[in-house]
Design a binder for this molecule. Sequence first.
Ligand code: THU
Length: 183
Amino acid sequence: MSAKKKALPRPPAKTAKKKAASSKAVSSKAVRNKAASKSPVRKQPDPHASLLDELVQRATAVRKNAYAPYSRYSVGAAIATKSGRIFEGCNVENASLGATICAERGAIMQMIAAGEREPIACAVVTGGEDGASPCGICRQVLAEFAKDMPIVLVGLGARDGETGHVVQLADLLPLAFDGSALR
Ligand code: THU
């Protein structure tokens, strides 16, 4: 693994709202209303907050390109790298359903093809009432390049505006298989 573990700040417990202790509630009202002038991340105690805002906007935009005729569940993802670049992906389904590629993996493929290998933050945007967590395969693919990073999960469909929260990849995939057994 090329990425070194980064000391990323954890959200203080007081910001967690109706979520597990490892997650942070954020409001995606601005995103939901497509009025990007206001931050979707509440209180912003986190230096990554403005970056997460930008990632949410990019993931929301690319989600419109999702090819999801079978599930009708569109997903957009955006990944920021250490160098300052952002890579996007959307889900691409297939009539052979197992050939479907998730948004997160699409973004990782773009990142690698561009010669980048150090993701530092990710956003995943869906249309449901709450943000959806990356699937197991995507967690493993993300963990190949980042032992840990914040992932903001945003659902665009909630009525109350409390649709997003930040989780840590290391919490989503503890004890990830890291390939050390292969070396
Ligand atoms: N999907 C993603 O894009 N990312 C995930 O982490 C979970 C699922 C997509 C795949 C499929 O096109 C649709 O959502 C329903 O599973």
